[in-house]
Design a protein around this ligand. Structure first.
Ligand SMILES: Cc1ncc(COP(=O)(O)O)c(C=O)c1O
Length: 397
């Protein structure tokens, strides 16, 4: 039996004791120390009252960003915590000028719809046009096609690092290099990479990067982050802004005067409780180490693909390990209902139309849990257990 040193972290995640938790691509497991952190927040509110702002709360969006920065290869003071990735991406969009013949934003068909919505709505009002590069198979993105779409009219390339539906890893370094040759900037949505696929903003060459602690970083909702390359951040500022981005917020000036670094990208009053909850997960992940997490993820996703292949399930995850993120989706007969039946057995997965059942092992997952989950699918199909769920509402996880 091979020893898996990452399993030592299991005891720090209570839900692993009661469920087979294979949904960290949606909501990472909560670290056991989070209730203490939230109690600390409540205690400060109760006892310090408004003084808590001056005693740490106001600084939290940047202090917490400093905890995330090492996971991006970024430096201190470069990462701002913001409530959602959608809004962080909208800030990037709002920071650029689309005149002077640079009116084009290049996106891909497989980017997360929420980000597409805000780009579609805002870009037109800012006088920009969006070019959406199609995927040839609905699974991967052809970098040649992306590169062909980036030209002298391109101001911004806004694409995902790892595609949410298929977990396909886009060769973003190649795209960034070409975008820069063309004089364009790149905003990367790295929600599905940070925490499971190593990310290094220098090696990638992106100008902006967004992500969140919700999924692979086990930090809960409300803790999203925006990194801006310092040399780029010094030259642009978001129109979508707020008083926390002001150089002197408590002067209450009528005119905006942008702060430097990560502060420039903040908005209104920070969502303090989310930031208290956000750091335990990233700290554990930093300690566990991204290289070890990636190595294990590749081993376990390979195992899942083999289990699916052996049953003839259609796998919509990339076969090439270099191109595979942390999730394996496979389509089984009656996939939506089978996912419901798995949930009833405390095997937590999710279902997405077009992808099937998504299984997302993380550093705390045992190999036996993967075998058991697929074994449970066999049983659910053989015993027609799925039929009980035909009339249920869709799975929401
Ligand atoms: C790749 C990707 N981008 C953006 C989002 C949306 O993020 P938010 O809800 O923080 O706006 C998600 C949510 O799952 C996602 O998977």
């Amino acid at each position: 039996m091979t020893l898996d040193p990452l399993l030592q972290y299991r005891e720090q995640f209570p839900i692993l004791g009661t469920t087979t938790y294979l949904v960290s691509n949606s909501l990472g497991a909560m670290p056991a120390s989070v209730p203490d952190r939230l109690a600390e927040y409540a205690e400060q509110w109760a006892t310090r009252g408004v003084r808590a702002w001056a005693q740490g709360w106001w600084q939290m969006p940047v202090a917490v960003g400093d905890e995330i920065a090492p996971l991006l290869g970024a430096g201190p003071g470069e990462v701002a915590m913001v409530p959602t990735v959608t809004m962080a991406q909208a800030q990037v969009l709002s920071a650029l000028d689309y005149g002077g013949g640079r009116d084009t934003i290049v996106m891909s068909e497989l980017d997360f719809p929420s980000v597409r919505y805000v780009y579609d709505q805002l870009a037109t009002r800012l006088g920009a046009r969006i070019v959406v590069v199609p995927s040839h198979d609905g699974v991967g993105m052809d970098e040649d096609a992306l590169i062909a779409a980036i030209d002298e009219r391109t101001r911004l390339v806004a694409i995902s690092h790892v595609l949410f539906r298929s977990a396909y890893v886009v060769d973003v370094a190649r795209v960034c290099a070409h975008a820069h040759r063309m004089g364009a900037l790149v905003s990367l949505d790295a929600y599905h990479s940070v925490g499971v696929v190593p990310v290094d903003v220098e090696a990638i060459g992106a100008d902006f990067l967004t992500g969140g602690v919700l999924k692979w970083l086990c930090g809960g909702p409300g803790g999203c982050f925006l990194w801006v390359r310092p040399s780029v951040g010094a030259t642009v500022a978001p129109a979508l802004t707020g008083w926390q981005a002001h150089r002197q917020p408590f002067a209450f000036d009528a005119e905006m005067s942008y702060a430097d670094d990560a502060w420039r990208w903040l908005g209104g009053t920070p969502v303090v409780p989310a930031l208290f909850a956000a750091t335990a997960g990233p700290q554990i992940i930093r300690e566990a180490g991204m290289a070890a997490i990636r190595e294990k993820s590749l081993r376990q996703t390979t195992r899942l693909i083999a289990l699916a292949d052996a049953r003839g399930f259609k796998v919509t995850a990339p076969r090439d390990p270099e191109r595979r993120g942390g999730t394996v989706a496979f389509d089984v007969p009656h996939a939506r209902e089978v996912a419901q039946a798995l949930l009833a057995r405390e095997i937590i997965v999710d279902y997405r139309p077009g992808a099937g059942i998504r299984v997302a092992p993380h550093f705390y997952t045992t190999d036996a849990e993967l075998d058991d989950a697929v074994g449970a699918i066999d049983e659910i199909l053989a015993r027609e257990e799925w039929a009980r769920y035909t009339h249920d509402r869709p799975v929401v996880t």
